[in-house]
Design a protein around this ligand. Structure first.
Ligand code: MG
Length: 191
């Protein structure tokens, strides 16, 4: 079957590196003291930055962050196993060229460098259901509620990948890691 998979905070831990890099940036570039509120919802609030700092920080650092974010545990093993078992892997990322020179190349290089098998990559997407429909995606995996909502409304199965800020969402099948995703797929689709 065709499986659609998000990149950031689904395949790689982007948010973790955003927070770590923002902490360093605050100390080294802005002469600040780093994280002020560990429990804030969004990293600019965590850092005590005005909203407009986000654009400047992303312009300076997002390329580095997306190129260096660590793979989630089990992501490579499970995605490659799914691919080897005959599933098509379609990467569907919201990454935009606003802060990135070439989001497609960045994503492709990252996946190739990390040895992740895939069949197609889409970046610069809208709400993602178009790519899912056009490519016959049967199951879609993403950490963002709104993407899961749009794709689910198109009649496609979704898995919400747990992250720091989607704990209250309970409309979708939720999985915390790639091993749980594999077990679920095996049980539900491999019959
Ligand atoms: Mg994501």
């Amino acid at each position: 079957m065709v499986i659609g998979i998000d990149m950031d905070d689904t395949i790689c831990s982007t948010n973790e590196l955003i927070i770590k890099t923002a902490d360093e940036y605050d100390k080294e570039v802005l002469n600040g003291t780093g994280i002020k509120d560990e429990n804030a919802y969004e990293f600019t609030e965590m850092m005590g930055w005005p909203k407009e700092m986000k654009g400047k920080f992303f312009a300076d650092k997002l390329e580095y962050i997306m190129d260096n974010a660590e793979l989630k545990e089990g992501a490579k093993e499970i995605i490659n196993k799914l691919h080897d078992e005959g599933n098509k892997i379609i990467i569907i990322s919201f990454r935009k060229d606003k802060y990135l020179k070439n989001p497609f190349e960045l994503t492709k290089n990252y996946l190739d460098r990390n040895g992740i098998l895939y069949d197609k990559i889409f970046v610069n997407t809208g709400s993602k259901e178009d790519e899912c429909i056009e490519n016959g995606v049967k199951l879609f995996i993403d950490d963002k509620e709104e993407h899961c909502e749009n794709v689910s409304n198109a009649g496609i199965d979704v898995i919400l990948f747990t992250n720091l800020y989607n704990h209250d969402e309970n409309r979708f099948v939720r999985k915390d890691n790639w091993y749980q995703i594999y077990d679920y797929i095996k049980e539900k689709y491999y019959g």
